[in-house]
Design a binder for this molecule. Structure first.
Ligand code: 5GP
Ligand code: MN
Ligand code: MN
Length: 482
């Protein structure tokens, strides 16, 4: 029997996978999709949600968000929460690029202000922010310094003059998870991390100059400091080779751990360990260290972006009001308190290709935003819009305070390279008035806007179901890619 026979639509844009599909399911599977996306969704991704629902200590719902697609063990665009007492942690539920995330920087500039400087801005951003596969940062750390980066994240960066003290207020976790422990990160991961700190990476990672094109909620937009016509800069980057190595190292450990602790899993890629074991605790500490690396990385790039704008525009970054709107992690697992059956419960919430979308009142949200819920940053593609939303009470009730993280791939990189040519994509972007600078035409082809699902439908489902509400639409003027 196909999994689809066990799925029912429970309201508009919401589907549930019932436990009758697999008797081992301990939670209900939930999919936030419109009808078209539901019909087009790979069976494999639905099965992955059902598999995740079989893991020990999983609570309430195993969730597929509007950008869900097939991933390593867990789908991308997925959330699962595990009880601290009897649950597990699984590296596959976080992903290889630990704390891949998105940051949005505001300015008080308009399109007109930068129109004749745009070429220069793009050239200089491309030069000043190292990018590309295996790209190396501009600084060289010694061994003590990489440990500080891993233990203190963006705090380390700001203390070393990359950015402003006030920046930290506007980063998820203030850019530093205290439980991180660099001694749990292998030498190999540190060796990969040292030369790459302060670099964008390649492919899907990007730096974009955007314009606020539309405002859907003017009150919330004002709270976030966003205005129609405003120039903003979006960064999408993660923990580079360092996070990748941490994930690989601990997947190997977890592959033994789940057997040693007799955990019955439907797919080996869901390898995990009970939270009260040293394997789980060590992974969490190492994963947090990699998350801190990513925050330091985005912080350093923020600093160079400001310097570049200063150089080209001939004004200081403060004069241009280049503060951070927000910085979100979309590959991470964190300890959070959520209401379950009316009781506050401590959970380890895994978000893989999912953005936290905490609603009003949560103490984790910066004070300035607390009344309206946190900013949620959802990139689209280099040829389409991206969006800013805000977190909601509905998200707190239904999705452990989470929503989608992007448009979500529909074509693999290999397929995209077969179907599209970088030069053609560049030409069509230029025709739309979008400048692009990338290390190679192949990167452009892999990231062709057609390789992604329609981001408008992703954010519409989020908005209509209420798991995050629309605030603003931003559109690209220029993109740089590794
Ligand atoms: P991921 O972290 O899953 O690789 O990517 C997150 C999202 O970023 C993708 O789902 C896609 O929607 C978006 N994305 C990839 N490349 C670009 C780009 O060049 N510009 C923008 N605005 N979004 C992109
Ligand atoms: Mn990434
Ligand atoms: Mn990402």
């Amino acid at each position: 029997m196909s999994i689809k026979d066990n799925i029912t639509k429970i309201r508009d844009n919401v589907y549930e996978i019932s436990g009758s599909y697999n008797k081992k399911m301990r939670a209900t599977g939930r999919l936030y999709l419109d009808e078209e996306s539901f019909e087009n969704l790979e069976i494999g991704a639905m099965e992955q949600i059902a598999n995740v629902a079989c893991l020990p200590g999983v609570q309430k719902f195993a969730i597929g968000l509007p950008d869900i697609h097939f991933g390593y063990g867990f789908p991308i665009g997925g959330v699962a929460a595990f009880n601290e007492r009897n649950g597990v942690v699984s590296p596959g539920g976080v992903g290889f690029d630990i704390n891949c995330g998105v940051r949005l920087i505001r300015t008080n500039l308009t399109e007109e202000d930068i129109a004749d400087k745009l070429d220069e801005l793009v050239e200089k951003l491309f030069k000043n922010i190292p990018s590309g596969v295996g790209s190396k940062g501009k600084i060289r750390l010694d061994e003590d310094e990489i440990n500080d980066v891993l233990d203190y994240g963006a705090k380390w960066a700001v203390e070393n003059d990359y950015g402003w003290e006030e920046d930290l207020e506007y980063l998820e976790e203030n850019g530093c998870i205290k439980e991180a422990d660099s001694t749990k990160v292998s030498d190999k991961a540190k060796k990969r991390g040292i030369p790459q700190l302060g670099s964008l990476g390649s492919g899907n990672h990007f730096l974009e100059i955007q314009k606020v094109e539309d405002i859907y909620d003017s009150e919330v937009a004002e709270v976030f400091g966003l205005k129609e016509g405003m120039i903003v800069i979006m960064i999408h980057s993660g923990s580079r080779g360092c996070g990748h190595q941490v994930c690989s190292d601990y997947l190997r450990l977890m592959d033994k751990a789940y057997k040693n602790h007799n955990i019955d899993i439907p797919d080996r890629q869901l390898a995990c360990a009970p939270l009260d074991t040293h394997e789980a605790q060590d992974y969490l500490k190492a994963m947090y260290a990699a998350a801190n690396y990513a925050w330091a990385n985005r912080q350093m790039m923020t600093h160079w972006i400001r310097e570049t704008f200063e150089e080209v525009m001939g004004k200081s970054a403060k004069e241009m009001d280049m503060g951070i709107v927000y910085d979100v992690a979309h590959n991470i697992a964190k300890k959070e308190v959520h209401k379950l059956n009316g009781r506050d419960t401590t959970l380890i919430v895994h978000r893989k290709g999912a953005t936290r979308a905490f609603g009003p009142g949560r103490e984790e949200v910066p004070e300035k935003y607390r009344e309206v819920g946190q900013p949620v940053l959802i990139p689209g593609t280099m040829g389409t819009a991206s969006y800013v939303l805000h977190g909601t009470d509905v998200a707190m009730e239904e999705t452990f305070g989470s929503t989608a993280h992007g448009a979500g791939r529909v074509l693999s990189r290999t397929q995209a390279k077969k179907d599209y040519k970088g030069e053609d994509i560049e030409k069509s972007l230029n025709e739309k008035g979008i400048k692009i600078k990338a290390t190679s035409p192949n990167v452009i082809a892999e990231e062709a806007p057609e390789a992604y699902k329609d981001v408008d439908s992703v954010v519409r489902v989020s908005d209509e179901t209420g798991i995050a509400k629309l605030v603003a639409k931003v559109s690209p003027l220029a993109v740089t890619k590794g």
